[in-house]
Design a protein around this ligand. Structure first.
Ligand SMILES: [Zn+2]
Length: 240
């Protein structure tokens, strides 16, 4: 009789232990998952920038008043920007480094660019374009960001400030947008730098010269570096 009571008590104690261990395990597991998710949402490759020269291949983008195609200017500026950023110790990945389109359709091309930006997980992605308007007098670089992104807005401010120094007459401000595919679908901080107006003859003339392409690239690189420093990552701090 005594033995049976002892046995029942022992089983009871064991069952209690198993229950307590299970609960503790679940609790710990939840803590670990929560920690991972929290860090996963903000952790970026903090010394990596993706540069995206707009258009390419059979998609020329805007065509300037002087006949030059946007895709070529975008690529030149992006390649010079890459050179300057790498000289400062920043790693750069390009969505394209040649005159090519990344898919057969425009939508497919944009999807490829977005997917590359998301998979690289850079601290910032910069898409480089040139603007156009039906009024010839409109000019000046302007930077766009996704309306819901604080990081994108901060980066846009850094780039706009640097680009404005190229042209004392440029009064353009950063602009929020929530409809551009690239801004909407990219999950990392992204800006679109419209470096000038191809519909303005003076800007179009300048944008085809290597001198001005390099000056523009220098401003884009400076803006990117300012942003990287402001988020406390990359270049200076992380160089080994
Ligand atoms: Zn464009």
């Amino acid at each position: 009789m005594k033995k049976r009571i002892m046995l029942t008590m022992l089983i009871g104690v064991l069952l209690c232990l198993i229950f307590v261990c299970q609960k503790a395990g679940e609790y710990l597991g939840q803590g670990i998952r929560a920690g991972r998710e929290a860090s996963g949402t903000v952790k970026r490759e903090d010394n990596l920038v993706v540069l995206d020269p707009g258009h390419g291949g059979k998609d020329p983008g805007k065509v300037a008043v002087n006949g030059v195609e946007e895709k070529d200017i975008n690529l030149k500026i992006a390649l010079f920007t890459k050179e300057y950023l790498e000289a400062e110790g920043v790693d750069v990945v390009m969505t394209r480094a040649e005159d090519e389109r990344l898919a057969d359709t425009q939508v497919g091309d944009l999807k490829q660019r977005v997917s590359l930006m998301n998979s690289q997980n850079p601290v910032l992605a910069v898409s480089i374009h040139q603007n156009s308007y039906h009024e010839e007098s409109v000019r000046g670089a302007q930077v766009f960001y996704y309306a819901d992104s604080e990081e994108g807005k901060a980066a846009a401010e850094c780039l706009q400030k640097a680009l404005a120094e190229l042209d004392p007459d440029n009064t353009k401000q950063i602009k929020a947008n929530n409809t551009y595919y690239l801004l909407k679908k990219t999950e990392v901080p992204v800006v679109i730098a419209e470096c000038g107006f191809l519909s303005n003859s003076e800007e179009a003339r300048k944008l085809v010269t290597e001198e001005y392409q390099r000056a523009t690239a220098g401003a884009v690189a400076e803006g990117v570096l300012q942003y990287i420093r402001s988020v406390g990552a990359g270049a200076q701090g992380h160089r080994k």
